[in-house]
Design a protein. Structure first.
Length: 179
């Protein structure tokens, strides 16, 4: 059989995409609907101090990727995690059963990022990241393309549909793998 080795608590899903695309909203809704554990990586890095200080230019922490991956390893081996982060390429490939890339139309994303207080270079670089589909390309390079799911995230209806789709996907995973 080609079943992956057991994840006692269920599949691990990476929810990624440009900042503002809806990762945290979607992940927390999916966690509530399924009982899976939501790991907001940005928060996890802050609370566990898995960074090497503050980047003034980009107003964000400089993540220590090795420390972060070490800290998450046992949890990821248990399974049943929804990992929410805008960067996808430094996690071990073996961690994830599914990789979701959320995508948002330019005008919608622009509104969300300005509402969040982004301006100048931080705003333009994130807009460019979405326009160039940087995260989707990076996900397809870092994981088997067949586990990468691109999903539109413009409206609340989109979010509801994405959560339903993923809930169904998780149910199938549970039914087809002896856990
Ligand atoms: P991310 O975690 O990817 O940065 P958030 O989940 O924090 O994004 O969402 C950013 C903002 O956009 C929030 O105010 C959220 O309510 C809103 N939002 C996200 N996704 C959607 C969506 N599909 N439809 C409507 N609003 C959304
Ligand atoms: Mn977020």
């Amino acid at each position: 059989s080609n079943r992956p080795t057991g994840r006692p608590r269920g599949p691990n899903i990476l929810v990624t995409g440009t900042p503002g695309c809806g990762k945290t909203s979607t992940s927390s809704m999916l966690a509530n609907a399924t009982g899976l554990r939501h790991i907001n990586v940005g928060e996890f890095v802050r609370t566990n101090e898995l960074h090497d200080g503050w980047d003034d230019e980009y107003s964000c922490y400089i993540v220590n990727e090795d420390k972060l991956c070490d800290e998450l390893e046992d949890t990821m081996c248990e399974g049943g995690n929804i990992v929410d982060y805008h960067i996808c390429e430094f996690f071990p490939e073996r961690w994830f059963d599914g990789v979701v890339v959320l995508q948002t139309d330019n005008s919608v994303l622009y509104e969300r990022l300005t509402a969040r207080g982004y301006s100048g270079r931080k705003l333009s670089e994130n807009m460019e990241c979405e326009i160039m589909q940087v995260v989707l390309e990076s996900a397809r390079e870092s994981y088997k393309p067949e586990i990468v799911m691109a999903m539109q995230s413009n409206t609340v209806e989109d979010m509801d549909r994405n959560v339903e789709t993923l809930k169904g996907w998780i149910d199938v995973y549970a039914r087809t793998r002896s856990v």
